[in-house]
Design a protein around this ligand. Sequence first.
Ligand code: ATP
Ligand code: MG
Length: 415
Amino acid sequence: MSSNPNNENKRIRSIRGKLQWMITGTRLGGAFWSSFGLFLLIPILWAVFCEISALGRVEWTYKHFFNISQGFSDLTYNVTDPAGTVLLSQKIADVVAVSLGVSASIFVLKVIGALLSIPEEQKKINKTLAPIDALAARADEISNFEFNEDKYQLLEKAISKIEPEDNKEILLPDPELQGIETAMNSLIGRMKENYRQQARFVNDASHELRTPIAVIEGYANMLARWGREDEKVLDESITAIQNEAHNMKHLVEQLLFLARGDAGRTELKLENVELNSLIMEIYEESLMIDELHPYKIRTYERPLNVMADPGLIKQAVRILVDNAAKYTENGDEIVLASGMNEAGRPYLMVQDSGIGMKESDVEHMFDRFYRADEARTKEGTGLGLSIAKWIVEKHKGSFSVVSRTDLGTRICINL
Ligand code: ATP
Ligand code: MG
């Protein structure tokens, strides 16, 4: 692989030339204007000096003017009073000539200085542009890269050696294939992580299902052996089996939702949703379902219209409200709200005054099957928030969470 030095840096060279011209041009312009200023300044200072020597001061009410009636050698500086009496008429041609000579010399010196400093400036420009040079050369190398038969075979061999279980990475002996090697290893890494996550999910799910199945089996065995004669045992067994079956149904529904979501089989039915009405609906339902907590509602003063799947968004907010109720003592307040945040995004909020969470729990609360130790006294699977997260992410929304142990939790869904 070779890069063509003629093409490689054509653009960079043109940038370099333009920069050089800009710097030299600015210097030459500066030299001209400063010399020109000096050329004007010397005669003016001289005139002021003469006026002060002759009249003792500069009187601004007098008329000051230059006169060039017979030619440059007769150039005079004149001062007359308001009556027209000539108070000063000073020959100034020599001073102007000297001024011209001095400023022209300075200009020439500065031009020479500017020209002499070009090589030094070029060095500085080269140093500054070195990273861009390297980038251009690399881009050129990539565009000239020839992917021939040998390289195909190298790649094929390396890929065929990969096994899903081992942690080996692809190693390509050809340095030109470095970019492909890195990209493929990162792809393989992500696929393996996905595979591990799926395996962990199935493992956790089986583990969660084992407990209710074991309980149901236990009671059924007890009934089969001797329990059916004893009415008390019979009642207890039926209640336990009903409870466990209910929990299992809930868990299986949650697992099915996530599995369908992962497989891309849950489609959003987007429509215009007004968030004030949605949160009001959830508020009224919560009042009916849960009489143990006082609920409050705050809605935004203007309509909040978003394109969303109303059923799914409602499900996500319900998950938050269920958690708020579950992790807040009876009698303590739960607030539902809709609003517009500083970034101009509409949000739905659920705030409780319950057990709250530690920072380390907040970091993991959306992980599948995660439950904080403090939450384990209550029933649950640790899947609710993973479902809410899936729904919100599908809507390209986000969560903001504030939680303090023993003070409470506030979770916003920003849409
Ligand atoms: P389920 O799947 O039945 O909802 P869960 O409530 O335990 O079970 P998530 O809803 O996913 O699961 O919540 C995960 C964990 O986050 C909870 O176990 C709890 O530790 C913590 N958590 C969530 N919401 C709150 C809250 N409002 N207050 C305190 N802790 C909370
Ligand atoms: Mg929950």
